[in-house]
Design a protein around this ligand. Sequence first.
Ligand SMILES: Cc1cc2nc3c(=O)[nH]c(=O)nc-3n(C[C@H](O)[C@H](O)[C@H](O)COP(=O)(O)O)c2cc1C
Length: 217
Amino acid sequence: MKKIIIIDGGPRKTFNTASMLQKIAEGATSVSDQIEVQTVRLYDLQYRGCMSCMACKLKGRASNICKFRDALTPVLDEVAQADGLVLGSPIYFSEVTAQLRALLERLIFPWLSYNDYSLTAPKQMPVILTYTMNANQQQAQMVYQSMAIIENCLERAMGNVEHVDAHNTYQVLNYDRYELAGFPEPMKRQYRDEHWEQDLQRAYDAGRRMAQKIIAS
Ligand SMILES: Cc1cc2nc3c(=O)[nH]c(=O)nc-3n(C[C@H](O)[C@H](O)[C@H](O)COP(=O)(O)O)c2cc1C
């Protein structure tokens, strides 16, 4: 069996990010019964970001897997052995959520050599990044700039990184119940009617492409 780990970095179990990730999973598993998908919901776990313990850089005992032990440890171990990695998050203040950020610190810092600045993941694998956000594609440039360093590290260490994002998402089901005048519902509804099904389809297709790459490798 080949394994794809899907990391859901959002708090809402049925909204935009979870829906996109679900479609990626469906696309991936539609390719072959040799593809297994495991979804990890970060908000169900209690863990910390990098503790700066430097245990991963100890002389003679350097490790490219985080040595700090908490509820994230099994997740990081699974990622190290996986065949594909999907990271999903709503965008909060132009970045991924604090939970996903904390995982990324713990994932990437051990890859980084402070001797020669090389980045070495335990294993290379295809990566999909899924961000969902209020921003339209133009406004999203700020998000991509905020995430550029992390994404560059992922690409250098893991290999191919693909984006499948959803812009201008519905933030609530009923806009009448909330103070959200800055996001007029008719504008949101029109965008959703024109894009949401396509976004889900792109997520499904990205899942299929990832699975096909893994099977072919
Ligand atoms: C705390 C918070 C901060 C947010 N900041 C941004 C932001 O900076 N840019 C943006 O485009 N959307 C922002 N949003 C909107 C969410 O990214 C968007 O609604 C997303 O699709 C929610 O994902 P979910 O439905 O999976 O929870 C923010 C939402 C919250 C709750």
